[in-house]
Design a protein around this ligand. Structure first.
Ligand code: PAN
Ligand code: ZN
Length: 194
């Protein structure tokens, strides 16, 4: 069989599908978010400040084969959210809209349990349960974050357009319209003023 290659894009990456992680190499960007970096994201800011700021809430890997902002390509990422709570609120990602609001995304769960929390521009907020094998589509103009309501790390993978961009500002200032709280041992989406 004749093989054709486009050297510019000749990169085969490897996934550890048990853990939902990219095997690290020079093309994989890794970042960590700690409690100390998540100021004003959780409802109980006083409790957050009383906790160890070095506590890891989540880790992100991203494979961006083309420069950020390029039209027509896609990025691949992996996020691991640790189990934990700030007061009754489960550990979760910061959450964002895409800067280009019509850009969508897929999320899939590898391990653990939790919720994909979604909010449209009118602040209507809803959730989809995440469990091993669950596959989720984030529609256009919908902010998204992932919360871990289980006892083990919640491992998810995601794929999004390379020109989506991330707008964290709206979420930082106004939060989502609801929060995933542990109410008597049950994960419940509770409406909130912020
Ligand atoms: C994901 C997220 C990742 C971390 O790759 O960026 O889960 O969440 P925050 O970006 O909100 O901190 C994604 O949605 N990319 O578009
Ligand atoms: Zn996104």
């Amino acid at each position: 069989m004749e093989q054709t290659t486009n050297l510019e894009f000749e990169r085969t990456m490897r996934m550890d599908w048990e853990k939902g992680l990219l095997l690290p190499n020079a093309d994989v960007r890794e970042s960590v978010k700690t409690l100390g970096q998540l100021e004003s994201i959780f409802l109980n800011e006083k409790d957050r400040r009383a906790m160890d700021p070095a506590t890891v809430v989540y880790r992100v890997q991203a494979w961006c084969p083309v420069p950020e902002g390029t039209e027509g390509a896609q990025f691949w990422g992996s996020t691991v959210i640790e189990p934990g709570q700030v007061d009754t609120e489960y550990f979760m990602t910061h959450g964002h809209f895409h800067s280009k609001r019509d850009r969508t995304e897929y999320y899939a769960t590898i391990e653990g349990e939790g919720a994909l929390i979604l909010m449209d521009e009118s602040r209507k907020t809803w959730m989809e349960p995440m469990f091993p094998g669950s596959l989720h589509f984030v529609p256009p103009s919908v902010a998204h974050r992932v919360a871990n309501s289980g006892k083990v790390p919640l491992r998810v993978v995601a794929c999004w357009p390379s020109d989506a961009g991330h707008d964290y500002d709206v979420v930082r200032r106004f939060g989502f319209g609801a929060r995933l709280l542990n109410v008597n041992g049950k994960a419940s989406l509770v409406r909130s003023g912020n």
